[in-house]
Structures are given as C-alpha cells and as structure tokens.
Design a protein around this ligand. Structure first.
Ligand SMILES: [Zn+2]
Length: 448
C-alpha cells in the first residue's frame, strides 16, 4: 500500500512535500515523491490523507499506563505530597483494575499517535495492555525496598515476574527490563544487585534526580521524603544519614551506571558534573516537561544534555501526573519551557522536538535499527496527523505546525508494524465502551 499526504516527515532526512511511503506487510519498502512512487508501482492501492503529515510513530519514553484511572485524582499538590496521595489511593485498586487502567492508557496512547511506550509497572498490567493493543513497548518491572534484609526476595520476585511477562508478550514487539524505583526508595544493595542482573543488556530505567525533595533527601537527609515518605513505608530505615552527594553521584556509587542499557527519567536536579557522569556512562534521558512542571519538580537542562551528546527522548509520565497522554502537548510545552528560560541562547527548534519524540526515543531504547524514522527496511510504525483545521492552515513549515498546533484529536491513523491499530475513532483491538465503563467503576472506588 502507498500512504500519501501533503507532508512526509521521515525525521532522519528532510521532509518531502507531496510525499509517499510504500508499505508491504510490516515493513517500509520505499519512501519519496508521490508521483514517482505512483508511477513505479501503478497497481499498488493508495491511501491519500490530504493536508496531513505522515511521521514515524511517537515513542513515549516514560509512562505508567496502569495509572490512567488516576487522571485528575491528585491534581494540585507538589511532587512529594502527590506521591504520598497516589500511594494511599493505590490500595483501592485490584489487579483487574490495574489491567483495565493500563488498557485505558494504551487506548489513549494509540489515539495520540504513540506506537511505542517505555513503561514502568509493578503489576505487569502494561505488558498485558501492550500485547492486547498492539503497542510496541519496553516494560520495566519496578523494584523497591529500603530494607537490606528484603533485597534478595525483591530480586527473586522481580526475576520471576520478568520471566513470566516475557512469556505474555510477543518478543519482536515487547522487551522486558527492570526499574529500581528511585534513590529514596531503594537500598544500595538493591542497586548493586540490579546492576549485576542487567549487565547482559536487560533494559533498566530509574526515576532520577526528579525533584528538589529527592535531592535534599539524598544529600542533606532532610525534606518531606525523609519524614512523611519513610513514615508511609513501614520497611524504611529508622535513621537516614545525609550522604553529602547529589542523587546522580549517590546512585553512581552503587554501580548502576555500569549497565549497558540505562534510561534515567526526569533528571531535573543536576549540575554540570552530574551531567558529565551521565554522559560518560551513556545514560539516556527521558525528558518529561509537563509532569515536571505540574508537580513543581523543575525544568531539566535540556540544552546541556544535548551539548553533552546525551540521548534525550520525551515522556508523558501517565495521566496520574500530567492528565493527558499527548505527545504534541509534551513537545510543545517542552519547547516553550526551554525557550522561556533560555531566551535566544541555546535556541531549540520544532524539528529537534519531533526528532526527540521519535528517533531519539528509539535510540534511547536501543531499537532505532527497527523504528524511529521512516526509512526503507524499518518497521512500518507510521502516524498520519491531520493539519487541515482552522487553527492549522496555512501550513508553511510542517514541523512547526505539528509541534505548535496539533493535538491528539488530529491523529487520523496509528499504524504499528504495518497493522492499523487506531483509525479515526476506532481501535482495532480495544473495546472503548468497556474500558470507559471500567474507568467509571474505578473512579468510584478511588474516591471511596
Ligand atoms: Zn514515572
């Protein structure tokens, strides 16, 4: 099939006006000028999206699909208080609830043109949701304990889950890794064990240097996380001594940065020497601008990451923290925040953000040989974005139009591996009515 639109944005190469992509089975075969492709393949069926853009599918580099039923539940609190509230409300949810919430997240991701998620889960719900919905995914099994005596059993359980989740999902679409939750919730011994466990290339992700409270807890032994969080988690050590170092340097001590495939999430509280540590260990970064702003966590120094050649993609961090899984919003707000604080210096353009939301996300996950750009031989993970509405025309420069005017409502088609997963209000494998009804049931439970 030939897909055509006013703009084709391959990402790795300049955009093509009146471009086209030839897809056969699950693969992109050819890309170029529409007239040329049409003449070369006269018998091929054509899908013309008109005034629209064809892009590689978005890669949501950090999310928790299973938190989708908590959309808007804890909305006006800073990070630590938000975290404690979410932990309290989690107790109301059953395994079935987590699974249906993850389905809601998968449904919205596809609606937003996301074809791949990097998801941290304690329940495995997102592995099932990815499998059911057709999403490509890297699923990280969350591990956490501050109790030294529990580290071995936490690792055993994590390993068991990772093995069983690998059975659920198609390995060509879903890879499973491990996620030590954060510097304030993991014993050093757990970091060491996870480092050993993942030396074989198992993907690892960690929430790192995300908030001022985390920074102050690790370095000075103070902040709400030192008092209220530890009170809420019974296994926490009764004494926490200041370490005198930043979260990045603290985690560095326990060997986690030695693993070959590490994704650090948030990374708002870092100085130049922390960035040097991250760069020298090839750590990739998930930039989550909207969640970070909404919870008062700070603004990641994106231009410094880029200057240091760190690979940076974009994450939404789930509706529990930012309310909407929308990569357009994420690109737009991410760009605006950087320009607002930097002014003319270190100016970042819209094209850079489209690349971060696609190809750089794939590079961060080590799957850019298969996805992330529109290139012959790559998997046909393609989205069509409508650019024909009153808030979009005329379209002088497609990257600007996509970043500054589009939103999830403009997604016409989401294709993964050549299969249509979402098209104009219809999901190929998900039952929208059932999922919305379950979301309503969870709303009642969560507020009880
Ligand atoms: Zn997160």
């Amino acid at each position: 099939m030939i897909l055509t639109a006013r703009y084709v944005i391959p990402v790795a190469t300049p955009h093509i006006e009146n471009g086209a992509v030839l897809v056969r089975d699950d693969t992109i075969v050819e890309i170029g000028d529409y007239e040329h492709l049409r003449a070369a393949h006269p018998d091929e069926p054509v899908r013309d999206f008109g005034l629209a853009a064809l892009l590689p599918g978005f890669i949501d580099l950090h999310t928790h699909l299973e938190y989708s039923s908590m959309r808007g539940l804890v909305d006006d609190l800073p990070y630590s208080r938000w975290k404690l509230q979410v932990m309290e409300r989690e107790k109301h949810l059953s395994q079935t609830d987590w699974e249906d919430a993850a389905m809601l997240g998968a449904l919205e991701s596809l609606r937003s043109g996301i074809t791949c998620v990097a998801d941290i889960t304690a329940t495995g719900a997102s592995a099932r949701a990815a499998h059911a919905s057709g999403l490509r995914a890297t699923i990280y099994r969350e591990a956490a304990t501050m109790d030294r005596t529990k580290v071995d059993s936490v690792m055993l359980q994590a390993d068991e889950d990772i093995r069983s989740w690998r059975e659920i999902a198609d390995p060509s679409r879903v890879q499973v890794g491990i996620a030590p939750h954060a510097a304030y919730s993991c014993h050093p011994e757990l970091f060491k064990k996870i480092a050993e466990y993942a030396m074989d290339g198992t993907p690892v992700s960690i929430h790192l240097a995300g908030s001022k409270e985390e920074y102050e807890f690790v370095k000075y032994g103070s902040s709400m996380l030192a008092v209220d969080y530890r009170a809420a988690v019974p296994e926490s050590p009764s004494v926490w001594l200041p370490t005198g170092v930043s979260p990045v340097r603290y985690v560095l001590q326990w060997g986690l940065f030695k693993v070959p495939n590490l994704l650090a999430v948030h990374v708002t509280q870092v100085d130049d020497s922390d960035i040097e540590v991250l760069a020298s260990h090839d750590v990739s970064i998930a930039y989550c601008p909207r969640c970070n702003a909404k919870l008062g966590m700070g603004i990641a120094p994106l231009y410094k990451f880029i200057q240091s050649d760190l690979i940076v993609g974009i994450g939404t961090d789930s509706p529990a923290s930012n309310n909407v899984i929308d990569m357009f919003d994420e690109m737009r707000i991410g760009l605006l925040l950087q320009r607002a604080i930097l002014g003319e210096e270190h100016w970042l353009g819209a094209r850079r953000f489209v690349k971060m939301a696609t190809l750089d996300g794939a590079r961060a996950l080590g799957i850019d040989d298969r996805v992330g750009s529109l290139e012959p031989g790559k998997q046909a993970d393609i989205v069509a974005i409508d650019l024909s509405h009153s808030h979009q025309v005329p379209t002088h420069y497609p990257y600007s139009t996509v970043v500054h005017t589009a939103n999830q409502e403009n997604v016409l088609l989401t294709m993964i591996g050549g299969e249509v997963a979402y098209e104009q209000g219809t999901w190929a494998a998900l039952d929208q009515e059932r999922i919305y009804a379950r979301a309503e049931e969870m709303r009642v439970k969560l507020r009880s």
